[in-house]
Design a protein around this ligand. Structure first.
Ligand code: SF4
Length: 890
């Protein structure tokens, strides 16, 4: 793009065409106040604090005036005008507006720069009052200057449209669009309004006090797999605020209610600080020496007698280094491959399906490729709730003109902005994906040159697709044939389409087939790898579920996805570990529970998972824990699983430890300790070392940095990853095989990673789901996530988020609710073939008639007592998205 040359205070500068005078002034190394301006938002040019003189002829708002060749901008000469504009703003505010610490108020900083003071003499400030109804957003109306940044941030960054400006003239002030208190508005508590407010009119509790912030720590969010970069400000050992980091991060200065605000659990009164050992049926406090000694002695005798009598469930909440150490403990200290992680319950079909199709088990493209996509196919995911920053960025892209197809039984937030919304009956994905592929072929939207060069298996696929005309797919899935055609045309005609998908694809009896048949679309269209387009991208769930698998916390795969069955891979690990690696794959999580119930599992160590709350058919899980002679649990709190354990180790949370996470687009990011854990609490890393040491084993890698270095040595995929490098250069995408490699944000640019270098199209027929409705169980229950809580809710339920979402609810379609005589908030009894639960009714048209939706964030609600043990035939991932239930008023 051609540049523009102009003069700022006599100095020549060049800026890109389309830049504003404000950008030109900054390019000249100068600064201007711009109180109504935020670079991320549309421009309104209302505050007049950025006025500059143009060509000596007049004043212009720098934020909204385009830079043009030859303009002469006099910044210094117009300083007094800007000072007057600031003074006029301050005159309408109470003097306390300038008492706020400068690091928390843009207005205060600019007033200090321009020598503007609070008006002297009698001041009659407006008295418009406060709204402190919300746990995280405080509104002081008298500090509002009506710049509208909050309103635009809510709409343009978050996509929620919860705020508006009300009143006239000097009385204009921000307010929730719904009119009532903030807490009852549509606000999703992302904090974008607070972050952009230049005056402190919007703030978070405690932030405007006069205490200085002492330390900033850049770390990675420990909630979802988006992996937002967060800057944690502390004073002493107390977190004062958590703000989203900006440039270069996946979140680009945005975050959600969890990462931004939900850290209060750290100081929760029921935090575990002492190990517990079950004695005479009761968990009683023990010293670390006792607890470690007890576990080491029991595990030692299992190792010496029946190593495969031990199993370990590692944690998607823990760091990579802790997961690396956990799998190393299982393999080298205990001598078993019985190690797994909760990706088994969510994206194991992604790893299997993507690896079978493309060669590697991760998403194909960096999330930033969204910016170059002109169409998004979003399938089985509600990122607005489960991956909020991804949801916001997809929303922004759609507002910028990208087309959107949503495939989801529920009317999700993003479905409201979709060009086409397909609502298939749960369990019919494969038919829908085959139907979309049928239309691509029929309409000539297949990239045959790409297929010839880069794929195999298309003759077989083309033959199978003949059986999936839209009319047949409509009969199977309930998706109208015309909508299916429209969706296929939209994806097929886009120049650079991208696929994002979630657990609505994977958590099915045929979840791996779902991933593979969805991936077919990208291959048919040539929109992945060497082709244009945004590829195929699973939205991984928990913060480090990608990393837990990457580190080899899997029964059949060693670090870096090396197969246990591969002698060379075993030898590579054994060479470093100095212990032979067991040659056969171990047990998956459901098989661990089966083994426990069958009496063959002697000890189960569960690190950072509440399997009694999150795993399906919790009645059967409880039976497994009861049958297992020794259950060890690491947790922050006495979760349902910890309460059922024999030994509980109190461990540190993500804000209290050091290491790395891998986010959903394969990005290694540093996790840094912002605060010390409570006295008595240790990291999972330290606990594993302590038990191994008492068993006479040395796990090596004394620090997380050393663990990452060792992992890089045994796993070629991560050979170039190290803590020093991440600290120096920032995030790195794997594969990153050497210190010379810059990482690989975009996979398969030359060839796919399969042995033959080709992507493998999959001809898979639709097969019915495992659970079926009948007269006794006529409703379909879908489970998923709510925006305010995470997973078992053990962290978010101990924060202000509980005020935003206090109970587990079940979404019921209005017609169904009327037929059942249910009103909002009524208790509803759900019964399935596996269990019962009582939830509060939430009546909404987000669900289809005959379908209901519930989260699983409240252990007491026992939602997973309803779900079945039906699992993906390839990977063992549960069929969470589909349970036949009956409903009645409780
Ligand atoms: Fe970002 Fe996810 Fe954390 Fe929210 S929970 S701040 S979207 S990483």
């Amino acid at each position: 793009m051609a540049g523009v040359k102009l003069f700022i205070d006599g100095r020549a500068v060049e800026v890109p065409s389309g830049a504003t005078l404000l950008e030109a002034v900054r390019a000249a190394g100068l600064a201007l106040p711009a109180l109504c301006h935020d670079d991320r938002l549309s421009t309104v040019a209302s505050c007049r604090t950025c006025l500059v003189d143009v060509n000596g002829r007049g004043l212009a708002a720098a934020c909204s005036t385009p830079a043009e060749d030859g303009l002469r901008i006099d910044v210094e000469a117009s300083r007094e005008v800007r000072r007057a504009a600031l003074q006029a703003i301050v005159a309408g505010l109470p003097p306390r507006a300038l008492d706020i610490p400068a690091d928390r108020s843009e207005l205060v900083r600019q007033c200090a720069e321009y020598g503007v003071a609070a008006p002297s003499g009698v001041v009659l400030p407006p008295e418009r009052g406060v709204d402190h109804s919300h746990p995280y957003v405080k509104l002081d109306r008298d500090l509002c200057i009506a710049c509208g940044r909050c309103v635009r941030a809510c709409a343009e960054i978050q996509g929620t449209f919860a705020l508006t400006l009300v009143g006239r003239g000097a009385g204009t002030v921000v307010a929730p669009g719904t009119g009532g208190p903030w807490a009852e508005s549509d606000c999703v508590s992302c904090g974008a309004c607070v972050d952009t407010c230049p005056t402190g009119a919007l703030s978070e509790p405690g932030l405007l006090n006069l205490l200085p912030l002492e330390r900033q720590t850049l770390t990675t969010c420990g909630y979802c797999g988006v992996g937002c970069s967060l800057e944690v400000s502390t004073r002493g050992n107390t977190i004062m605020t958590v703000k989203p980091a900006g440039d270069g991060s996946v979140n680009r200065g945005h975050a959600c209610v969890k990462g931004r605000f939900a850290h209060g659990f750290l100081g929760s009164a029921d935090r575990l600080t002492t190990p517990l050992i079950r004695r005479n049926g009761t968990l009683t406090p023990a010293t670390w020496t006792e607890a470690v000694g007890f576990v080491a002695a029991r595990l030692g005798s299992i190792r010496d007698g029946q190593p495969d009598g031990f199993a370990l469930i590692s944690s998607a909440r823990a760091t990579n280094e802790e997961n690396y150490l956990a799998q190393k403990f299982a393999r080298t200290v205990m001598g078993t491959n019985n190690v797994d992680n909760c990706s088994r319950l969510c994206h194991a079909p992604s790893a299997a399906g993507l690896a079978a199709t493309f060669g590697l088990g991760g998403g194909t493209n960096p999330f930033d490729d969204l910016e170059r996509c002109d169409a998004v196919l979003l399938v089985g995911a509600n990122p607005t709730a489960a991956h909020p920053v991804v949801g916001s960025r997809i929303f922004q892209r759609v507002m910028d003109g990208a087309r959107l197809v949503v495939v989801d039984p529920r009317r999700t937030s993003l479905a409201r902005y979709a060009d086409v919304h397909l609502r298939p009956r749960p369990g019919t994905n494969v038919a829908v994906f085959n139907g979309l592929a049928h239309v691509l072929v029929r309409e000539g939207l297949v990239d045959t040159a790409f297929l010839d060069l880069h794929t195999t298996g298309y003759e077989e696929l083309f033959g199978l697709l003949e059986d999936y005309p839209p009319e047949r797919v409509a009969a199977i899935s309930g998706v109208p044939a015309d909508d299916l055609v429209q969706a296929a045309l939209l994806y097929g005609q886009a120049l650079a389409p991208a696929i994002f998908y979630g657990l609505g694809v994977t958590e099915h009896l045929h979840g791996t087939d779902g991933v593979r048949t969805l991936s077919n679309l990208a291959l048919l269209r040539g929109a992945v790898g060497p082709g244009a387009g945004g590829g195929v991208n699973p939205l991984r769930g928990q913060n480090n579920v990608q990393g837990a698998s990457d580190m080899g916390a899997l029964p059949d795969l060693l670090p870096g996805y090396q197969k246990v069955l591969d002698p060379a891979a075993r030898a590579r690990c054994a060479g470093t570990w100095r212990v032979d690696v067991p040659p056969l794959p171990g047990l998956r999580i459901p098989q661990m529970f089966d083994a426990a119930r069958a009496g063959s599992l002697q000890a189960l160590w569960v690190i950072g998972e509440d399997v009694l709350t999150t795993d399906p058919d919790s009645t059967a899980v409880r039976a497994a824990l009861e049958a297992c002679p020794l259950v060890i649990c690491n947790d922050l709190f006495l979760s349902a699983t910890a309460a059922a354990a024999d030994v509980v180790f109190p461990v540190a949370a993500w804000l209290e430890k050091d290491g790395t996470f891998v986010n959903f687009d394969r990005r290694f990011q540093r996790v840094r300790q912002a605060v010390e854990p409570p006295a008595g609490v240790r990291t999972d890393f330290a606990v594993l070392h302590a038990v191994a040491g008492r068993m006479g084993a040395d796990l090596g890698c004394a620090t997380p940095a050393e663990a990452m270095a060792e992992c890089a040595a045994v796993a070629p995929l991560f050979g170039g990853i190290s803590h020093p490098r991440l600290d120096r250069e920032g995030p790195l995408h794997w594969p990153c095989g050497s210190a010379d490699s810059a990482g690989t944000p975009r996979l398969y640019q030359e060839r796919f990673a399969t042995p033959d270098g080709l992507a493998h199209l999959a001809a898979r027929n639709y097969l019915p789901p495992g659970e079926q409705c009948d007269a006794e169980f006529p409703f379909l229950l879908i489970t998923g996530r709510r925006g305010e809580h995470y997973n078992s809710g053990s962290m978010t339920r101990r924060t202000g988020n509980l005020r935003l979402s206090a109970d587990e609810t079940v979404d019921i379609e209005p017609g169904d609710a009327a037929a059942l005589g249910l009103n909002d908030g009524d208790p509803v009894r759900l019964g399935s073939r596996h269990g019962t639960a009582v939830l509060q009714a939430r009546i909404t048209d987000e669900v289809e008639p005959g379908q209901v939706f519930a989260g699983f964030h409240f252990p007491g609600a026992s939602v997973n007592s309803l779900t079945s043990r039906v699992e993906d035939e390839v990977t063992g991932c549960p069929e969470y998205k589909l349970t036949a239930v009956r409903l009645s008023r409780s």
